[in-house]
Design a protein around this ligand. Structure first.
Ligand code: AMP
Length: 496
């Protein structure tokens, strides 16, 4: 697979960015633009609309934030009058966490300019947000639902927006935000620059783009799959009741210092977190039923390395700026095969290697088939010999709760509103839509790398030789990796 990082890229100083922005970039420790930045920054600076195929982890936030700041600098002023600080750039994101992360970045990049920015998302008190909006901000980062709450309460005026970013647009559609997006877009001036970022260019995304973008330039960069050849993927067939014991054993035997454990439901996430805690694994859960503060605290603790296993649902984990994570475990296989791609992209990033371990109960085999169809390759099967099974006492209570894996209401984690949007405001609830991948992106993601083939050979030989390994699918190494560092939490390296 072509190494896009090998292509010489211009330095940040070649874009004509203001010295105050270059200073902030240097303070972040960025030395070279990432591929998406190298391509997008000049185009955004030129004022053209952009359709960017890039995901979290590629540096896409800076690719739109830096040129936005540059383009807004002529309007920057130090006046105390709110009227002198209208919202000029609006950045919409699907989740609170992503909004918060984008806001952190924008704050850092604009630190030496008089430009003001704030973030609004649901699940937290509106009043501090109202105060910030009343004082005036040039750059507003928001989730759609909470933004509409502010629109309704007339605490925000969008009539002077000249730059709009739809970040992770595919996720916004997937989560049923289309009606809200349409409402917001209709409130914005027609004359504006629009930047749309999405992991996939499905028909829905193309339709959105053709309605709201003008002659956009499409920019595609190294997708997650470009780094995913560093990810060792393996599937263990495990009885549903044994999955918890399997997670504990995997953490121990693989010496995985930190993992995200993905589950499909909010109830399942809380339950598994409790059970892992009982097994002595320091764990936290993040999902849509947790308050914003709880989610932030869990994330912060994970960033600081105080938590070994972060049990998360797809929605809660979406867009989190997590890199160098030694592994992810799919406790439940995702309903939507695209989520598999997003999940395993949490590991093996920034050139690091990672392990993506999937636990497949017999009734989940179909999901594996779907995933393999999507990624166009067969996943390696490993053999997991459990040292001990889950305790029977827990098995009983498990069984009583089992049905929640497929509980409709619980599945609202994926499709429901996540930022405090009231039901019915946008003409009733929106039927969840499964976005079918239409583009190349998902059709050639995981080309087996030579290292993977080696691992497969190791797998076979260890099984044949009868070597007592409980992890037939992976070379039996104890990875000596740095505890997962979140780029947001530690000094950044030029890692793209
Ligand atoms: P993003 O894809 O925007 O979520 O960015 C992922 C991470 O990469 C963030 O922690 C950024 O701070 C970091 N990052 C962005 N641009 C660069 C760069 N040019 N060099 C090093 N790190 C970067």
């Amino acid at each position: 697979m072509a190494d896009v990082n090998a292509v010489p890229t211009p330095g940040f100083d070649s874009f004509g960015l203001h010295a105050d922005i270059l200073r902030a970039i240097a303070e972040q420790g960025y030395t070279q633009p990432t591929p998406i930045q190298a391509q997008a920054i000049p185009v955004v600076l030129s004022g053209r609309d952009v359709m960017g195929a890039a995901q979290t982890g590629t540096g896409k936030t800076a690719s739109f934030s830096l040129p936005i700041i540059q383009r807004l600098l002529p309007d920057a002023n130090t006046s105390a009058s709110p009227a002198r600080h209208p919202v000029r750039a609006l950045i919409l994101t699907p989740t609170r966490e992503l909004a918060d992360q984008v806001a952190d970045n924008v704050r850092a990049y604009a630190a030496h300019t008089p430009l003001r920015n704030t973030v609004v998302f649901g699940g937290v008190d509106m009043n501090p947000q109202k105060d910030a909006l009343r004082r005036g901000v040039e750059i507003l980062i928001a989730t759609p639902g909470r933004l509409l709450d502010h629109v309704e309460q007339k605490t925000v005026n969008l009539s002077q927006v000249k730059m709009l970013v739809l970040d992770e647009a595919d996720r916004m559609l997937d989560m049923g935000f289309l009606p809200d997006l349409q409402r917001i877009l209709n409130l914005l001036p027609k004359q504006r620059q629009t930047l749309l970022f999405s992991a996939t260019f499905s028909n829905e995304i193309k339709k959105l783009a053709s309605s709201y973008l003008t002659n956009p330039l499409t920019i595609e960069v190294a997708r997650r799959n470009a780094t995913a050849d560093k990810v060792e993927q393996v599937v263990y067939e495990v009885a549903e009741d044994d999955k918890r014991a399997a997670v504990v054993q995997i953490l121990k035997e693989r010496d995985l210092k930190q993992v995200i454990v993905f589950v499909n439901s909010k109830v399942g996430a809380s339950r598994l977190a409790r059970q892992l805690e009982r097994e002595g694994v320091v764990t936290a859960a993040i999902h849509g039923d947790k308050s914003q503060n709880e989610r932030m605290q869990a994330l912060e603790a994970f960033k600081q390395g105080g938590i070994q296993a972060l049990v998360a649902t797809d929605v809660a984990a979406r867009g989190l700026d997590i890199s160098d994570l030694p592994g992810v475990i799919n406790y439940d296989l995702p309903y939507n095969p695209e989520d598999y791609v997003h999940r395993i992209g949490r590991t093996g990033r920034a050139g690091a290697s990672g392990e993506a371990i999937s636990l497949c109960a017999p009734d989940e085999r179909k999901q594996i088939v779907e995933i393999e169809k999507l990624i166009k390759r067969e996943l390696k099967r490993g053999e997991l010999v459990l040292e001990r099974r889950s305790r029977p006492r827990d098995d009983r209570s498990e069984r009583g709760e089992r049905s929640d894996r497929f509980d409709r209401s619980d599945r609202s984690e994926r499709h429901g509103r996540h930022d405090g949007l009231r039901a019915g405001r946008s003409g009733g609830s929106v039927a969840p839509r499964r976005v079918r991948p239409e583009d190349e992106f998902f059709y050639k993601p995981y080309e087996p790398s030579p290292s993977t083939s080696d691992a497969q050979r190791d797998d076979r030989s260890s099984q044949e030789s009868g070597v007592p390994t409980s992890f037939g699918g992976l070379p039996d190494k104890a990875p000596k990796r740095q505890v997962a560092a979140l780029l947001a939490g530690f000094p950044r390296k030029a890692s793209h």
